[in-house]
Design a protein around this ligand. Structure first.
Ligand SMILES: Cc1cc2nc3c(=O)[nH]c(=O)nc-3n(C[C@H](O)[C@H](O)[C@H](O)COP(=O)(O)OP(=O)(O)OC[C@H]3O[C@@H](n4cnc5c(N)ncnc54)[C@H](O)[C@@H]3O)c2cc1C
Length: 287
């Protein structure tokens, strides 16, 4: 997942600006799953837009005639114009120009009004451990206390794939899952004497047994955040120094954000850096 296109090569050029060509939005799930018998299936990352803000003009300022933009951009313009009571648009700005000006002035709180929710699957628990550090997002993640992880898929880091060490990693995962299975079964048996409720017993067994599961275990998560939070995420996690799996996630989410608010997210460019792969760059100092 360290390149936006499966298997995309780092070109001979030292840096290729891919302009506004976003990486493939969703890498086909069927690209994964190819694991030898007895090994867990291999998951590939997938993202889906599952929610975004709808703008409802209260009609308080009939002089305001915006020239377009989606719900997010119109909400941003409305909130910005309310600050200065400039609904008559004395400078004759387009909606896109208005949002651009707000961003250039670092008037970032205005883009906090619009939000986007994204569902993510085919990513590792290592990735989500990094993702949940972004404190302005809201999360709902698959529970390893409730869900049986005996046959969970795994996510293989690109470095392991490139080195041809898939078999070693999958063997380690299969061994860990076998230990999980045995521990969960033994724990559940042992709990029968003191915990009558079967569901509670399973939860107690699974929440303890998950201790032996690897970081590469696949997980799913729904992430919601306002546009400023998403811009901050793209800036930090789309950067060359970011860990490759989460950088891949930033590259997958970018086209979804572009769909909701191109006026904001076209300020991120998809570039290919030699020796690094695909990254996101912006000249706006989002924070
Ligand atoms: C390349 C890279 C390497 C990393 N390595 C490590 C590591 O080794 N160990 C580790 O623990 N973490 C590491 N991190 C995680 C990093 O420290 C941050 O937790 C993560 O990037 C989230 O960013 P953030 O804290 O800036 O902002 P967010 O939580 O996304 O918040 C956005 C912004 O809000 C403001 N903000 C939020 N909360 C506060 C607050 N309490 N006080 C003041 N301002 C606030 C800040 O301006 C912040 O930048 C790494 C991150 C990256 C990108």
């Amino acid at each position: 997942m360290d390149t936006p296109e499966a298997g995309a090569a780092t070109g001979a050029v030292s840096r290729r600006d891919a302009g506004r060509t976003p990486p493939r939005e969703v890498r086909a799930a069927e690209a994964g799953g190819a694991a030898p018998a007895g090994f867990p299936p291999v998951a590939e990352p997938q993202v889906a837009l599952v929610g975004c803000t709808v703008f409802a003009d209260p009609g308080w300022f009939p002089e305001w005639k915006t020239d377009g933009g989606g719900d997010a951009a119109r909400l941003i313009e409305f909130a910005g114009r309310l600050c200065y009571m400039s609904f008559a648009n004395p400078l004759g700005r387009t909606n896109r120009g208005y949002v651009e000006n707000l961003l250039r002035q670092r008037h970032f709180s205005v883009i906090e009004h619009a939000s986007v929710s994204v569902a993510v699957r085919g990513v590792s628990r290592s990735l989500t451990h990094e993702l949940v550090r972004h404190r302005h997002f809201s999360f709902s993640q698959l529970s390893q206390r409730f869900v049986n992880e005996e046959e969970a898929a795994v996510v293989l880091p690109g470095e392991i794939r490139r080195a041809g060490l898939d078999g070693d990693a999958l063997a380690a995962a299969a061994q860990a899952q076998q230990a999980y299975r045995q521990l969960a079964a033994s724990l559940e048996r042992g709990l029968r004497a003191r915990v009558a409720d079967r569901v509670a017993r399973r939860k107690m067994a699974r929440q303890a047994a998950r201790a032996v599961l690897p970081n590469m275990t696949e997980t799913m998560i729904v992430v919601s955040g306002n546009l400023r939070a998403w811009a901050g995420f793209l800036k930090k996690r789309g950067a060359p120094e970011a860990e490759p799996e989460i950088r891949g996630l930033a590259l997958l989410v970018h086209p979804l954000l572009l769909r909701v608010a191109p006026e904001v997210f076209e300020h991120f460019r998809v570039c290919e850096l030699e020796g690094v792969g695909w990254v996101l760059q912006t000249d706006i100092d989002f924070e």
